[in-house]
Design a protein around this ligand. Sequence first.
Ligand code: XMP
Length: 507
Amino acid sequence: MAHQTVYVIDFGGQYTQLIVRRIREFGVYSEMIPWTAAGDRIRALKPDAVVLSGGPRSVLGADAPTIDFGLLEDIPVLGICYGHQLMAYRLGGEVESASLKEYGLRVLENAEGFVGDLASTTVWMSHGDQVVSVPAGFAITSSTTTCPVASMQNPLTRKYGIQFHPEVSHTPSGKELLRRFLFDVADLKPDWTSESFIEEQVAAIQEQVGPTGKVLCAVSGGVDSSVMAALLIRAIGERAVCVFVDHGLLRKGEGAQVAETFQNHFGGNFKVFEESDRFFGALAGVTEPERKRKIVGEQFVRVFEDHASELAGCDFLAQGTLYPDVIESGSPTAAKIKTHHNVGGLPDWMQLKLIEPLRWLFKDEVREVGRKLGLPDDMVDREPFPGPGLAVRVLGEVTRERVRMTQDADWIFRSELRARNQHVGIWQSYAALLDVRSVGVMGDERTYEQPIVLRAVESEDAMTARAVNIPFATLEHIATRIVNEVDGVNRVFYDLTSKPPATIELE
Ligand code: XMP
C-alpha cells in the first residue's frame, strides 16, 4: 500500500488492539502483527515505525516471546511495558523480577527528553519485571517511586521505551506521547484517511476482480454490508451484483430505505428479492428460538437457489469481515470465514471466491468510509441488528400482525429517544413482543392483549451489557404512546437485566 505503516508487534498484551486504534486516530495506518510473524513481515514489507506491545510473560523466561532487533536497527521503535523491557534486555540492559507486581496509577518523576514536560503527571502501570539498567547509548528519562526506569530513550537510533501504558485513558498524556513518537520521532505524515482508503480499495478491488469479474454482494440493511456494497459499486459499478433479500423482519421502514438508497442514489445492479411470504410461511407455527434462527438461515439459501439464474456469472462473494475478526483469527493473511448470519450460507454449488474489502477497518472506520461514500447518516449509524431480525424479537409465533405491532412500538421507542437525544451512547435499543396476554382497561372496555418489552443496553462489544438508565418520564411517555397507538398492545415493560446473566436479545 502506498501509505506509511506502523506495525504494532503483539506480545500478548491486553491493550494491543487499542494501540493500533490510537495510532489510526492520528491518521497513520497501523497493523497488529503477532510476534511470531513479525520477522517475516518486516523482511517482506519494511514498516515506517514499530511499536512493541505489552504482554503477560517475563523477558527473563527461557522461551520469552521476542523479535530480532537486528531487523529494527534503522526503524524508529517505541517499546511499551513488556516491549520496553524486551528492548532494554535484548540491547544489553538489565531487567529484574520485582518482588511485588506494580499495578495502578503512578506519578512520573525526574522527567526529561521524550517525556520531558510530563513530570508529576500520572501514568498507568501494570507489570511484574522492571528495567534496572539501560543499554549503552540509552538515557533514563523518568522514574517513579517504585520503578527506576519508567522510560528510556536513545534518540540517535530512535529507540524509546516506556514502562507505562500510553494507550489507556488512565494515562492522560498518553495520546501526546504517541503523537510525539509518530510525528516528532518517526517523522510520519497523517496519510491514512477514509478518502485514501476508498481510493486504494477501489484500485485493489478492480485488480482482484479483473476487467470482467462479477461480485455477489448480499446487503442486509446493516452498516457493514451497506458500506461494502457502496464501495464495490464505486469500484466496479454494475458488476457488483447487490442483492437485498427483504424478509419482512427488519425494523419499520428500513427495508424500504435500503432499497431506496441503493436504487436511487447508487444505481447499478441492485436487486431486491421481496420474499416476505416465503419467510412468514416457513415461520408459521414455530415458537422455538433456535428453530426460528435456523429457518431464517435456510430460507436465505432457498432464495439464492431460486434466483440462481439472475446470479449466474458471479465469480466472487463479498463478505463484511472487519479488522477485529481478522485479528481474532490470529493471522492477517488467513482470516477464518465467519458464519454470515444474514445470509445463512450459500447453496453448495455456488463456488465463489471471497472478497473482503473491509478487512482492514475497525467499525468506526467503516462508518466514516460509509459517510464519505455518501450513505445517509441513519444507515451508517445503525445499531447492530440480529440477522434473523424481528423473528427473535417477536417471542412465540412470528406472524405479520405481531411483527407489525413490534415494529410500531419499536419505532415509537427509538424515535422518542432520538428526539430527546437520549439515544447517544446506547449500543442497542429495541422493542420486543412477549408471548403472553395480560388484562388491561381502555375507555370502559376490559382488554386482554399482549405486552411489549423495551430494552436498551450499553455495551462495548456485546459480550457484556447493562441496561441504560433512561429517565422515568421518558419511559412513561413512551409507554403511554405505545399503548395508545399500537393496536393489540396494552402494557409496556422495561428490561433491567444486565448481560450476563441475561442476553441482549430476548430469544
Ligand atoms: P445476545 O442476545 O447473544 O446478542 O446477547 C449479542 C449480540 O449479537 C446479536 N445477535 C445476533 N446477530 N444473528 C446475528 O447476526 C443472530 O442470530 C443473533 N442473535 C443475537 C445481538 O443483537 C447482539 O448485538
